[in-house]
Design a protein around this ligand. Sequence first.
Ligand code: EPZ
Length: 420
Amino acid sequence: MMEYFAVDGAHPLEGRVTIHGAKNSALPILAATLLADGESIIHNCPSLTDCAAALEILSCLGCRVKREGNTVVVNTTCRRGYTIPNKLMERMRASVLFLGALLAREGSAVACWPGGCALGARPIDLHIRAFQALGAQVRTWNGQLYLEGTHLRGRRLALPIPSVGATENAMLAACSAEGITVIDNPAREPEIVDLQGFLRRMGARISGAGTDQITVEGGYPLHPGEYTVMADRIVAATYLCAVAAASGEGELHGAEGSHLTPVLTALTAAGCEIASQADGLWIRRKGPLTGIGSICTGPYPAFPTDAQPLLVAALAGGEGKSRVTETIFDHRFRYIQGLARMGACIQVRGDTASIVGQPLQGACVEAVDLRGGAALAVAALGARGESRIFGLTHIERGYECLDRDLSALGGQISRKREND
Ligand code: EPZ
């Protein structure tokens, strides 16, 4: 039976929610556990299908993994092999992060070529160029990638675009490259800083994450580490946009405002009141949600592409005009077909969506990707009447329990089966 979220919208929210750990920080950190033999302990590791896939890869590589609530213990003592199973590589694009860790630890890595996804082609040429710059041999044959590099050497490498994944893979591989590696124009996302924090706990000599240059002094043996993953800033952005869409007020425990400046700026411009509290963020929207002119996504610290669908979903049910330009992925407006079924007036031309806010009505819609699915829930909370949101497997990749959290904020949303 198909499961869906049933949402009864257009009721002001009132509640508080705790933000779970960041998927895009936990995934590279889980890959990094391979860099040392022994037991690493990762706290605040969110219980998501993407994290389960990462743990399955570690298990396939001989590691013993166990989850105790949101603490994950990874024991790599019995690690063996360096091949990532195709079914796991294809299930989650972030599996590509295991290439750098395996190359660093084993001197080899084999995986199928990761395919594209709903967001676009998502090539890995920059990952491969980084590995080659450090001295690895990369061959492709029959859809498989073969990395070889038992004596990686530190080098200066410049990324033509600040790719998050390529930065993370370069950091992981550089940990075993003899000498100094300098990564110019790296991604500066907070998740990169979190990965550096964990690598340092493992004894890595790494600095500069979050700036325009990361330096790694590699070639030293590492040891297991214990670390607490940061709060998920995109999950926080989701819940901020939910309050913006439905009106009312909410407290987001654990949300870090400094990770979300462009999102807070946009929501404030649209008429929300937002304040940092001792342990999170507070938001209220009493008056109309107005248009915000033009915004553009970009690499951190610009407006995050992952929050783009969430903001558009809120603005669609507001008043006034806005334009949102997506510069990171070439297919990141597909969720708009779902918003259109709710009556949204959004025109997409190339990389820009032009929004004319107006009242939305509940509809039956289907998620086509992770953040697009969350955007449908955000819009449904502000729409009059009932919505049904299918395609929950997309949403479960990045939200522990979206219906639980939005209900805690006061939203009328519940998970149902079709024959209920
Ligand atoms: C990470 O993806 C995130 N995923 C994405 O979050 C996020 O949207 C993205 O960074 C941008 O912030 C994880 O961290 C697991 P990129 P990633 O490499 O690393 C191009 C979510 O919703 N590119 O920074 O794949 C690429 O096509 C997900 O949680 C190359 O051309 O993103 C894109 O246009 C969705 N060659 C741009 O760079 C490469 O080798 C940025 O991609 C790599 C990337």
